[in-house]
Design a protein around this ligand. Structure first.
Ligand code: ZN
Length: 500
């Protein structure tokens, strides 16, 4: 058995290495690669994706998994070996349903589509990416149809990001959330908006990056096993448990953008850096789902980074970095960073209205996949729905349906629900952490974040993909994924600010 297990691990390591070389190419594409590199890069990434796919679907892997099945069943469910065999089987069965030729076709198309989007968005040129998106939708449907037997065509795509969730279960959760959220949004936005002029002065790039680095370092992002670089659309990627990269962008006239997006990405990165090092080179060595991943970025960005206690500690340092904040009180600053308003851009949205942006995209994904919304009608449908949900209309498509990279560099389906699941799970996990350690908020005021970081590491990070998201939330909080902790968090925080 030991020999078969070693052979499986050897094969998995080769797959892991191919995948992570591909991620390195993707990181470079989004940071330093000149535009001229696009065609070759697309071809190279497609080749790696195909090689990796061929290795995972090798019948020898299936044979090894069959041979190891009895051994896995003899072990406790949560043992490392049993978990490795279980997760590998899930990946194997999923991969064997998709032909390698399709994977290569999809990857090549995604690279071309992404490149077109980077030009189309600033030019507000939907027509330029429309054929790419039509092709993406076609490929997304083709992908879903490799998994027959679904209740909704989006189910196999949702499964890829948030294993165990379905279009129907997400819809039900979102409907419940909307019902509770809309009255909060209305109560807040019917009052005068917070004044955030203090964030809209000129803040030199150098100072913003230096301060943000100092913050994420203090929170626990390990620069010995990671780094940060600039990009258009911030993301986190990893090449190993010991090399996890974050990216950021800076707007000199907006203090919040770089800082909070960097805390957000550091939250993703601390999860990846916190995975049990023994899992390196195996499918267990990454976050377990999009929703759980997002719960970690949101925890650090919002529950911690937008809390009063956090700024009681960091605000004097920020004022030192940017002396023009000297006459801005902590209270004014705290209100500014927690300004709630109906706005056009998802990534700039506050933590209260954010989920409305996600729900709109989730519904459009389902409609496009169902065939009830044609790509050509997306821009108009976007403006109409946005006006209904937000009472606002984007002046163009740049800040409408072109704003997010997801459909233009990825697939249509399963791309957005993870953000809102993350908001829900983040609040749920954080409530469990506070129950275990009520001293966490008081320690934050003194700049101590290791209690929370350690709790997250021990309860969530270290397990990697050992538990599915539904298993993990049950294990850590004792209940199913629920909206109540998130709504309770919003009510407590915003009632203090706005008397809602
Ligand atoms: Zn994120």
């Amino acid at each position: 058995m030991e020999q078969k297990l070693q052979e499986l691990k050897q094969r998995l390591q080769e797959i892991y290495d191919l995948d992570h070389i591909g991620m390195l190419l993707g990181w470079d594409q989004s940071t330093y690669m000149p535009p001229g590199g696009a065609a070759a890069r697309g071809r190279q990434m497609a080749m790696l994706a195909q090689m990796s796919q061929e290795k995972i679907i090798d019948p020898a892997v299936g044979k090894l998994l069959d041979d190891l099945q009895k051994y896995a069943e003899s072990l406790p469910y949560d043992s490392d070996d049993a978990s490795l065999i279980r997760v590998t089987r899930r990946d194997y069965e999923r991969a064997t349903k998709v032909p390698p030729e399709f994977v290569a076709r999809l990857s090549a198309h995604q690279a071309a589509s992404y490149q077109a989007w980077t030009q189309a968005r600033p030019a507000d040129d939907f027509a330029k990416v429309r054929p790419h998106l039509e092709k993406t939708l076609e490929l997304s449907r083709e992908f879903a149809n490799y998994f027959p037997g679904y209740a909704h065509i989006a189910d196999p795509l949702i499964d890829m990001a948030d294993y165990g969730m379905k279009a129907a279960s997400v819809r039900a959760l979102f409907a419940q959330l909307r019902e509770n959220l809309v009255p909060i949004v209305q109560a807040i936005t019917s009052q005068p908006a917070a004044d955030d002029a203090c964030l809209k002065q000129t803040f030199p790039e150098e100072g913003q990056i230096a301060f943000s680095c100092q913050v994420v370092k203090r929170l626990g992002f390990d620069y010995e096993r990671g780094r940060d670089d600039k990009t258009h659309h911030p993301f986190t990627t990893s090449f190993s448990v010991n090399d996890v990269r974050i990216t950021t962008r800076v707007q000199e006239n907006d203090l919040g953008d770089c800082l909070f997006s960097m805390i957000h990405e550091a939250g993703h990165a601390m999860y990846e850096q916190g995975v049990n090092p023994a899992y390196e080179g195996t499918p267990l060595a990454s976050g377990t789902s999009a929703g759980v991943h997002e719960s970690q970025s949101r925890t650090w960005e919002n529950l911690v980074g937008r809390s009063r206690g956090f700024w009681e500690y960091f605000y004097p340092d920020l004022q030192k970095t940017f002396p023009h904040l000297k006459n801005v009180s902590l209270e004014t600053f705290y209100r500014a960073i927690n300004k709630v308003q109906r706005s056009l851009i998802r990534t700039d949205a506050d933590e209260v209205t954010y989920n409305l942006h996600v729900m709109l995209r989730f519904d459009f994904e389902l409609q496009m996949l169902e065939g009830t919304l044609a790509v050509k009608d997306l821009p108009a449908a976007w403006h109409e729905r946005f006006e209904a949900d937000f009472g606002l209309r984007a002046p163009d498509d740049k800040d409408g349906c072109l704003q997010d990279v997801h459909w233009f560099g990825g697939i249509v389906g399963g791309m957005f629900q993870g953000y809102t699941l993350g908001n829900l799970l983040g609040a749920q996990f954080y409530a469990a952490a506070l129950e275990a350690h009520p001293e966490i908020p008081a320690e934050m005021k003194q700049g101590k974040f290791d209690r929370l970081h350690t709790w997250l590491k021990e309860n969530i990070y270290t397990h990697g993909r050992k538990y599915t998201a539904p298993e993990l939330v049950k294990r850590v909080t004792g209940s199913e994924i629920a909206i109540q902790p998130y709504i309770a968090y919003l009510r407590a925080k915003y009632d203090e600010l706005y008397k809602i």
